[in-house]
Design a protein around this ligand. Structure first.
Ligand code: FAD
Length: 405
């Protein structure tokens, strides 16, 4: 199906990727983003092979690879620097057919944005209302009317990519409990300069109820994140001093990463998730996508990768199916089981990793990891990275033979 129109609510990674995919499927797309500046400057992000393959299907894989650093070296350590598990990213790349990379979010966002015509982006506007328009006319397919500020947009499809606190999800699934606090809080930043002695491309270190990790970038700077067990809403007067107090005596390069960070660069967020899975990712002519559909904890580094998978799957279904309803049913069937499994596994990974606090339990876990064969733990973390994107082939591009089949 092509020649139709869609409004995408939210210009995050998921919304922009969906817009690129829908355009490849032959749809007219408008992205509405409430922020004044379309720039997810957050910090950095790891993209596993599945995310990279999704970006490849959207035609931006090479640009992302060029702006990213391949994660070949690193793994997991204990605070005194002892190795728990090593990562061989080159071997994983050969196995999975795509690299695992680290990239500043701002760079990823820019690449996605630049793959769309500026005219398809409406920035600084909040979607406040959505209604299905049938007007009693059963001869016409239903359309969706979207209230944006003082005006309205009408389209054949609405993609709700409005993030973890999705207003559209609340409106469509009013009895769903919404996001809940995971028990963790995260402080993170990008260093202001390259960090001396930064050897590992990606590394995490587990203490007791605490994790410190870094993602290195091509220019030698890095993002670091410090995750702590903490009640919702905890805030520190001076976040960088607090991170130094808790992690400053952990192994190198942690002190060097913190020394290369400006205090005002530190971001602090509680980690929340949709612990209760949604009963559907579709309601009428609305498809939920990304964190709006399946916000998960970051312990497997899969939230954005799953949003990218959503985007490609939705676009491929819309390109292929004969009706929007059929495409949305396929999208829901393909995406809900997989992304909800990944979300569940991310929660479990957090409980066995960063959140594990009792010294005995931590000791037993570490001993068990050391007994596993080399690479086994990294493979467990990356078990969801093996995913092949569907092809986005607009019906107009089908050959006569394809159509007959
Ligand atoms: P968002 O990025 O939240 O975008 C939603 C957008 O919608 C926002 O721009 C918002 O302004 C806009 N919006 C909201 N409401 C409206 C409205 N009514 N009208 C208009 N616009 C609206 N994932 C990975 O794959 N790898 C990682 O390494 C990784 N690390 C992470 C580390 C941390 C600490 C955290 C918290 C998450 C991490 N993730 C990671 C997950 C990833 O960040 C998210 O899954 C991803 O950014 C979700 O993208 P999204 O587009 O669905 O939502």
């Amino acid at each position: 199906m092509s020649g139709n129109s869609a409004v995408v609510v939210g210009g995050g990674i998921g919304g922009l990727a969906a817009a690129i995919g829908l355009r490849l499927a032959g749809w007219d797309v408008t992205v509405v983003e409430r922020a004044d500046v379309l720039d997810d400057a957050g910090a950095g992000i790891s993209l596993a092979a599945n995310g990279m393959r999704a970006l490849g299907a959207l035609g931006v894989g090479e640009a992302v690879e060029a702006a990213a650093r391949r994660q070949y070296t690193g793994g997991t350590r204990t605070p005194d620097g002892r190795r728990l598990a090593a990562m061989d990213g080159a071997a994983l790349e050969r196995e999975l057919g795509a690299p695992i990379v680290g990239i500043p979010r701002a760079a990823l966002h820019r690449i996605l944005r630049e793959a769309l015509p500026a005219t398809s982006l409406v920035i600084g506007s909040e979607v406040t209302e959505v209604t299905e328009v049938t007007e009693g006319d059963t001869t016409r397919p239903p359309r969706v009317r979207v209230g944006v500020g003082g005006t309205t947009l009408e389209a054949d499809l609405l993609v709700a990519a409005d993030g973890i606190n999705s207003r559209l999800r609340r409106r469509l699934f009013p009895t769903h409990p919404g996001p809940v606090h995971s028990g963790s809080t995260v402080l993170r930043a990008i260093t202001e300069r390259p960090v001396d002695g930064l050897k590992a491309d990606f590394e995490i270190t587990w203490g007791h109820g605490a994790e410190f990790g870094h993602i290195a970038f091509p220019d030698g700077t890095a993002e670091w994140h410090a995750v702590l067990n903490a009640p919702a809403g905890v805030r520190y007067r001076d976040p960088l001093t607090e991170v130094r107090r808790r992690f400053g005596r952990w192994h190198e390069p942690i002190p060097s990463l913190l020394a290369a960070t400006r205090p005002e660069a530190v971001l602090h967020h509680d980690v929340s998730e949709l612990a209760t899975p949604l009963p559907s990712y579709v309601s009428g002519r609305v498809a939920l996508l990304g964190d709006a559909a399946h916000a998960m904890t970051p312990h497997l580094g899969q939230g954005a990768c799953q949003a990218l998978e959503d985007a490609v799957t939705l676009a491929a279904a819309l390109a292929e199916a004969r009706t929007v309803e059929d495409a949305l049913a396929r999208y829901d069937a393909a995406r809900r089981p997989r992304s909800q499994t990944v979300a569940r596994d991310a929660r479990r990974a957090g409980r066995m990793g960063q959140q594990l606090a009792h010294p005995l339990a931590v000791g037993l876990r570490n001993a068990a990891i050391r007994l596993t064969p080399p690479g086994a733990m990294v493979r467990t973390v990356l078990r969801h990275a093996d995913w092949t994107p569907p092809r986005i082939v607009p019906r107009a591009a089908w050959t006569q033979t394809d159509d007959a089949a």
